[in-house]
Design a binder for this molecule. Structure first.
Ligand SMILES: Cc1cc2nc3c(=O)[nH]c(=O)nc-3n(C[C@H](O)[C@H](O)[C@H](O)COP(=O)(O)O)c2cc1C
Ligand SMILES: CCCCCCC(=O)C(=O)O
Length: 388
């Protein structure tokens, strides 16, 4: 009998050990504040993954369905080459540029993202400190984890744009645009690619429920906690030229239409007097199988014909990607996930480190390609090995 109890206890002990080993250790949300050493942005993602819970990592890193578009976004940069040119007499290169009259240290800005509060306790407040230090623009999402005005207050004079997920309720649209404008937003980004969220299987697998606060939305509904599905149900499904005109009218700010993936959509936006076109497939998080933004960019640039600036995102992980996007028709390049990884690992200084790293890579490429400034990069001809 004694032996039987011993065997049972041993079995129970082994079971408990197994459970402990298999269960994910509880991870507290980062409060780290430091510059980070970055070898490259792919390794940065792996490092950040160690800090995030499985649910948070899946939400941030994941794309939709088979993640074909997610992968193609980065891989398609490899299909064109930058031709080295050392015979230019170049002595230095300049990365600085402007967008809507705002001085930028480089052509790289931050894309709007929800969930900064999922990866760092200071959330968007640290992000904007990081973008200000890097001399660039922060984009604040409708679903920022901190109210717009609190983000703005945490980094006085930092330029920022406000991204709007338009609601079916115009009272909400007017309320939030007014709030963003009063807080100092320099432009409105109207996202048109997310009437419904993409089918993100990582979130389903991980039973991930978006649990970060969305104070801009809850404040409007007088403190009532709005669930993820309620917030999504409020969003407009489809967009038209009238929506662009309406947002222009109520904001009186430049309006950039984000989520443009075709020449036809670019034409509609420009005809509706959009002030900027943001070429994006939402980082492969929406329609899987959509073309990579890098492949679509020249077709869109052909229609835009430099009438308004083109901002480009999705899959940018290298200075050479920034170079290629600019040479393929973009005026400005935005990054998403890498900045959240920088935030998770080092707070404001982590975000700053990410921008500095990309700027350094871009500078190296510019020197090796013999392009002295951003204008020269835009005029550079990439080599297409399939059409030699
Ligand atoms: C975690 C996460 C949250 C996002 N939230 C928003 C959002 O609130 N509004 C929006 O317009 N785009 C959102 N995006 C899309 C980004 O603005 C951007 O298009 C995309 O991340 C660029 O791809 P990249 O991450 O490969 O750089 C989000 C992306 C991620 C990864
Ligand atoms: C109610 C929160 C939904 C956040 C959606 C943010 C987003 O665009 C994403 O890609 O995720």
């Amino acid at each position: 009998m004694n032996a039987f109890i011993k065997v049972l206890s041993l079995g129970f002990l082994i079971l408990c050990c197994n459970l402990t080993i298999k269960a994910e250790p509880i991870k507290t949300i980062s409060s780290s504040e430091k510059r980070i050493k970055i070898i490259n942005l792919y390794e940065l993602e792996k490092e950040a993954a160690e800090k995030l819970s499985i649910g948070a990592l899946g939400y941030v890193k994941g794309g939709s369905e088979d993640e074909i578009t997610l992968r193609d976004n980065t891989e398609s940069f490899n299909r064109k080459n930058i031709i080295p040119n050392g015979l230019t007499g170049l002595n230095e290169v300049a990365l600085k540029t402007k967008l809507f009259g705002i001085d930028l240290a480089s052509p790289i800005i931050l894309a709007p993202m929800a969930a900064h509060g999922l990866v760092h306790q200071e959330a968007d407040k640290d992000t904007i400190k990081g973008t200000r230090k890097a001399g660039t623009i922060m984009s604040i999402s409708t679903y920022s984890s901190v109210p717009i005005e609190k983000i703005a207050e945490s980094a006085p004079n930092a330029p920022f744009f406000f991204q709007l997920y338009m609601s079916k309720d115009n009272n909400f649209n007017e309320y939030i645009i007014k709030k963003a404008k009063e807080a100092g937003a320099k432009a409105i980004i109207l996202t048109v690619d997310s009437g419904v969220p993409g089918n993100r299987e990582a979130d389903i697998r991980n039973n991930y429920e978006y649990s970060v606060k969305t104070p801009n939305v809850t404040e409007f509904y007088a403190g009532k906690t709005v669930t993820q599905s309620e917030a999504r149900a409020m969003r407009k499904l489809g967009f038209s030229a009238e929506d662009i005109s309406y947002i222009k009218k109520i904001s009186g700010l430049p309006v950039i239409v984000k989520g443009i993936e075709s020449p036809e959509a670019a034409k509609i936006a420009i005809d509706a007097r959009a002030d900027g076109i943001w070429v994006s497939n939402h980082g492969g998080r929406q329609l899987d199988g959509a073309p990579s933004t890098f492949n679509m960019l020249p077709h869109i640039a052909k229609v835009v014909q430099k009438r308004v600036p083109i901002i480009f995102d999705s899959g940018v992980r290298r200075g050479s990607h920034v170079f290629k996007a600019l040479a393929n028709g973009a005026d400005i390049v935005a990054i998403g996930r890498p900045a959240l990884y920088g935030l998770a690992l080092g707070g404001a200084d982590g975000v700053y480190s990410v921008f500095q790293h990309l700027n350094k890579e871009l500078e190296t490429v510019m020197i090796l390609a013999g392009t002295e400034n951003v204008e020269a990069v835009k005029n550079n001809h990439l080599f297409d090995p399939n059409k030699p």
